[in-house]
Design a protein around this ligand. Structure first.
Ligand SMILES: N[C@H](CCC[C@H](N)C(=O)O)C(=O)O
Length: 295
């Protein structure tokens, strides 16, 4: 089948966006087989993306759209901050809505997206989830920091859920943080039963951090919106950061605001790169909803 898509990015965290409002995509279950989704996500054999976003009509009153998120490894996940901003830009550009305040349903629940006239998008990412079982993270009790043992090493980390699991560790300088080695090692740590996004945070000041994120199911990305929110609230909980923080990522800057109650607000750009079409085999006939790939 012929699939129309739009390539977008939020600070270089890039997405293949499928409009399920004007082309037939399955209501549930993956739009493609895991193998085909991975081929599409490949930066040499396919289009290349960190995540695939599927835009779909709402399933109930009170929301304007539903959107689903698939990592490049084929796993379906519940949260994508940069993706939410690109989603908001997409539905307005496509004329699917003219609202500036868009309610959207994701697997993590509902979120509000505010599109401002300066082209930036603010997303209410919801409140951070600290209870280990909500992250999910296997720990005896909730704490500001945990000691995570991996191999012969012990790491001081913070852990938080934003609809997807994040661990955050401090580093003196993100430029020489062991992202490529420790990232995948901790992504698969046994205390994170659904794997985890691994953030390396350098505190520049109480209102400024530098951050690199090795993302679950995608590897290191140029930016991670939910990772930026996770780093800020973990830094606040450790008494290191104020309410409003500029997060410097390889792909650019995000503004994150959280005052300890309500939702975390993240503001940043969302860019459209090009539209394309590609032939695919279509949804798998026998495969149920994609969760965690066996790998
Ligand atoms: N790039 C996304 C994060 C995707 C999260 C995904 N890697 C996961 O498995 O949770 C963001 O901007 O929040």
């Amino acid at each position: 089948m012929r699939l129309r898509f739009t390539k977008m990015h939020g600070l270089g965290n890039d997405f293949l966006v499928l409009n399920g409002c004007d082309q037939p995509l399955p209501e549930d279950g993956p739009p493609l087989s895991v193998a085909e989704l991975r081929r599409l996500g490949d930066r040499h054999f396919g289009v290349g993306f960190d995540q695939m976003l599927v835009v779909q009509p709402p399933r109930h009153e009170g929301v304007d759209f539903r959107y689903r998120i698939f990592n490049a490894d084929g796993s379906e996940v519940s949260q994508c901050g940069n993706g939410a901003r690109c989603f908001a830009r997409f539905v307005r550009d496509e004329g699917l809505t003219d609202k500036h305040r868009i309610r959207v349903e994701t697997a993590a629940g509902e979120m509000t997206l505010n599109v401002t006239d300066d082209g930036l998008v603010t997303v209410d990412m919801g409140a951070p989830l600290w209870a280990p079982e909500a992250i999910p993270f296997l720990a005896k009790q909730e704490a500001d920091t945990y000691v995570l043992v991996s191999g012969n090493n012990a790491y001081e980390i913070s852990a938080v859920g934003l609809g997807n699991p994040h661990l955050v560790m401090l580093t003196e300088n993100v430029d020489n943080a062991p992202v490529a080695t420790l990232g995948p090692e901790l992504e698969h740590h046994e205390q994170f039963p659904e794997r985890v996004n691994v953030g390396f945070m350098q505190i520049v000041s109480r209102r400024e951090i530098r951050l690199r994120v090795f993302e679950r199911g995608a590897g290191e990305t140029l930016a991670c919106g939910s990772g930026a929110c996770a780093a800020v609230v973990c830094g606040q909980r450790r008494g290191l950061l104020d309410d409003t923080v500029t997060v410097h990522l390889a792909g650019g800057d995000l503004q994150v605001h959280y005052n300890g109650s309500g939702g975390i607000r993240m503001t940043g750009p969302a860019s459209r790169v090009y539209d394309g079409e590609i032939d695919v085999a279509g949804p798998p006939s026998d495969q149920g909803p994609t969760t965690e790939p066996s790998a």
